[in-house]
Design a protein around this ligand. Structure first.
Ligand SMILES: [Zn+2]
Length: 253
């Protein structure tokens, strides 16, 4: 398809980007990122139409641009504030209080936080109790250990059901996905962040990646095997959409 012809005109001091397209009507757009005004219009319509159109909608434009500017200012302000140490973190779907303590023992603080009746005890180096990144790092290591602990049981349960065995299971901090599978090497990688979600979600990902050892893509054969192995997987998958893969629950990716 040919690129839409684009020109910029100025209406009462306001730049307006004009894109001529195969459309029936003139439409105004305010770019959500920088607030610039652009108009899509039928290829044959004269510019005088656009000038009149923009003038008529002046208050709408000003309001829309004001909203974009306010949103951008709020985002900039939020980015300028250093992250706060969290008060709690989800573990297997349960929001769990955090007890951040500065380590006073000898040697380095324990790398992996301990889960206690009162919550998750996170030890950080002296002076680091207010350091959100240090706390998130420790939580990430806890998630990692949780997924590793859960894996042998899940593999024993699901490998016979799916009829495939992973050559190797790996847990990692993943930015955009919950898991991945290399059919050629048989290696399955899981996101450590799955320890934040209800346990059936890790289970669903385990089954999903095992099925990939049969079928690399997400074609009908893949879904047929998923339905066979774990009939409720679609519902679990849908519920997982509430949790962005990667760092969505905190900067632990
Ligand atoms: Zn997949």
């Amino acid at each position: 398809m040919a690129r839409a012809a684009q020109t910029t005109i100025t209406v009462d001091g306001r730049p307006v980007v004009i894109k001529r397209k195969a459309v029936k009507y003139v439409r105004l757009h305010v770019d959500p990122k920088d607030g610039h005004l652009w108009v899509s219009m039928p290829a044959r319509l004269g510019l005088a139409h656009v000038v009149a159109f923009v003038r008529e909608r002046r208050s709408w434009i000003e309001e829309a641009q004001r909203k974009v500017a306010a949103r951008q200012a709020a985002l900039a302000a939020a980015a300028a504030v250093p992250p706060k140490v969290p008060l709690s973190t989800p573990i297997w779907g349960q929001e769990t209080p955090l007890d951040v303590r500065e380590w006073t023992g000898s040697g380095a603080p324990p790398a992996v936080p301990a889960e206690t009746e009162a919550g998750l005890v996170v030890y950080v180096a002296p002076g680091q109790a207010g350091d959100a990144a240090a706390v998130w790092d420790a939580i990430g290591r806890f998630y990692h250990s949780q997924v590793e602990l859960a894996l042998p049981t899940l593999a024993r349960k699901w490998e016979p059901v799916v009829g495939q065995q992973a050559a190797r299971w790996t847990v990692r901090a993943m930015k955009t996905r919950w898991g991945s599978c290399r059919k050629d090497t048989g290696r399955i990688t899981l996101s450590r962040q799955l320890a934040a979600l209800p346990p059936q979600m890790l289970e669903q990902v385990v089954v999903h990646e095992l099925v990939h050892l049969w079928v690399a893509n997400h074609g009908p054969e893949f879904y047929r095997r998923m339905d066979q192995a774990l009939p409720g997987w679609r519902e679990i998958r849908r519920a997982m959409r509430r949790y962005p893969a990667g760092g969505g629950l905190g900067p632990v990716a």
